[in-house]
Design a protein around this ligand. Structure first.
Ligand SMILES: Cc1cc2nc3c(=O)[nH]c(=O)nc-3n(C[C@H](O)[C@H](O)[C@H](O)COP(=O)(O)OP(=O)(O)OC[C@H]3O[C@@H](n4cnc5c(N)ncnc54)[C@H](O)[C@@H]3O)c2cc1C
Length: 457
């Protein structure tokens, strides 16, 4: 890092931006920060802001501390707070509502900004960042209201983009309030997607009093696995086949999973034990092997890696036993309006077989937009248009180097522009969950503070 870094602007005050701010404030030294967030509350981005009280984290509480160096911090906070409604499970294996987790992160930030260490070092601005420019003396972020914030470095923490939704007849917009009065006359709802957002919507329908049938549809029809209380396997970096072909990596993982089973544990312990090495392993794969993973293995990996809290899995099991929930693997071919309902044609996977469903509601839960070029986020568009950033590997997020520095159109890494969280998925793959973001923000904060300490005043 060649520039003098005294003031850091963080664009996006969701979980990633909040964790970076926390880490910057905890580091001694004179670095100051401005956090720009368009929503009214901090640390309440999509995951922790939109959730209903019954939407649980999909990671056990023991792994969700805000602080890398205080792993039991969330557990201790839970023991000392009255905010425990809807927490399920026991001890380290508790699953906390996402809303409560957002409150936990925001409380940490409040406490630190009021403490002697953090006082006067963090400014929060609520507004939409629309532009980012380099000037002779640093960087300037422009806001929608015309205000300009100057700093020495910018860290982008804008999270996922929202995919523009397809419009179907009888569509109910995802995350929009459900018309509970209308639900009584509905017998069949189709949810597009079988991932966590789709399951969130199953829970939302139940909570709204829906008694009919729900069909989940995705290309593979895979549902997330359920957590079990197993401890992560200890995997030494020297055992990991960095740089091997994907097929060899899978063989190695399968052998470890068999060994774990023989020892009374299972594959979950292996995937969890691999987490500390996952970013390095991903970066050691060639572009072609990464693309192969995305094409052929991602869906299977995702459903094992992003698991369900047992409480939620039990709800889904019950619905399936009552024949109120079914999962279909196939391609959505067409949706036509047939008056009071929609007729949906689904093509089988790799077959000519078609099936027709008649549903009164369709909810599209097919994920987020990871390609910033497709997002309507003005600050990302501003960077891309000026050539200060380019799209990340495989179209995921922004291109960054191993230090999270943005890579520009000419392939040069910046010394004043950075990205964290889901925006860095192409480079690290595992950078979307709190345990990874916590690590990433602790390391980046340290780098930025050190750059400040060694820079000319
Ligand atoms: C539904 C869901 C459930 C999840 N559950 C878990 C879990 O249980 N455990 C776990 O570890 N991980 C979980 N994750 C993953 C992870 O925690 C989130 O992806 C994480 O919140 C990412 O944080 P972020 O701050 O990068 O993005 P976001 O949370 O999306 O926040 C980005 C913020 O930036 C703001 N912003 C964007 N653009 C601008 C702009 N131009 N100007 C100003 N502000 C801007 C947005 O308003 C937003 O608040 C979940 C993710 C989702 C989507």
């Amino acid at each position: 890092m060649g520039v003098a870094i005294r003031h850091i602007i963080i664009v996006g005050g969701g979980a990633s931006g909040a964790l970076l701010a926390l880490n910057l404030l905890r580091a001694s030294g004179g670095v100051t920060a401005t956090l720009i967030e368009s929503r009214p509350l901090l640390a309440r981005g999509f995951a922790y802001g939109e959730a209903a009280p019954f939407h649980l984290l999909n990671v056990r509480a023991a792994n969700m501390s805000a602080y890398l160096d205080v792993p039991d911090h969330l557990l201790d906070w839970l023991d000392g707070t009255s905010s425990t409604e809807n927490v399920t499970g026991e001890g380290r294996f508790r699953f906390v509502p996402r809303r409560i987790y957002g409150r936990y992160l925001a409380e940490q930030l409040d406490a630190l900004t009021l403490s002697p260490l953090g006082r006067d070092r963090l400014q929060t601005i609520h507004g939409l960042a629309t532009s980012l420019e380099r000037t002779a003396s640093g960087v300037v972020v422009g806001l929608e209201n015309g205000r300009q914030i100057a700093g020495d470095a910018v860290v982008l923490a804008t999270g996922y983009g929202v995919k523009p939704q397809n419009r179907f007849p009888h569509q109910w917009l995802a995350w929009a309030p459900i018309d509970t009065d209308a639900l009584a006359s509905v017998q069949d709802v189709l949810i597009l997607g079988t991932g966590h957002s789709a399951i969130d919507h199953v829970q939302l329908l139940l909570a709204a009093g829906y008694r009919g049938r729900i069909t989940l549809l995705s290309r593979h029809g895979f549902m997330p696995s359920v957590h079990k209380p197993v401890e992560p396997a200890r995997i030494d970096a020297r055992e990991v086949p960095f740089g091997a072909r994907l097929s060899a990596v899978w063989r190695w993982v399968r052998i470890l999973a068999k060994q774990a089973e023989s020892a009374g544990s299972d594959w979950r312990a292996v995937l969890d034990g691999l987490r500390p090495h996952a970013q390095e392993l991903w970066q050691s794969l060639s572009d072609a092997e990464q693309a192969r993973f995305i094409r052929h293995a991602r869906s299977r990996y995702d459903v094992r890696r992003h698991r369900l809290a047992p409480f939620v899995a039990n709800v889904l099991d019950r619905l399936q036993r009552e024949d109120r929930l079914r999962v279909i693997a196939g391609r959505l071919q067409s949706v036509s309006d047939i008056g009071e309902a929609a007729e949906v044609v689904i093509g089988g996977r790799g077959t000519d077989f078609e099936q027709k469903l008649v549903v009164q509601g369709i909810i599209d839960c097919r994920g987020f937009e990871l390609d910033p070029a497709q997002s309507n986020n003005p600050v990302l568009q501003s960077l891309l248009t000026q050539g200060l950033a380019r799209t990340g590997r495989h179209g995921f997020g922004l291109a960054v180097d191993r230090d999270c520095a943005l890579i520009d159109d000419a392939g040069e890494a910046a010394s004043d522009l950075y990205a964290i969280g889901p925006l860095t998925r192409g480079q690290f793959w595992e950078s979307i969950s709190i345990p990874d973001i916590r690590q990433q923000t602790a390391v980046l904060a340290n780098q930025l503070v050190n750059a400040h300490a060694t820079s000319p005043v």
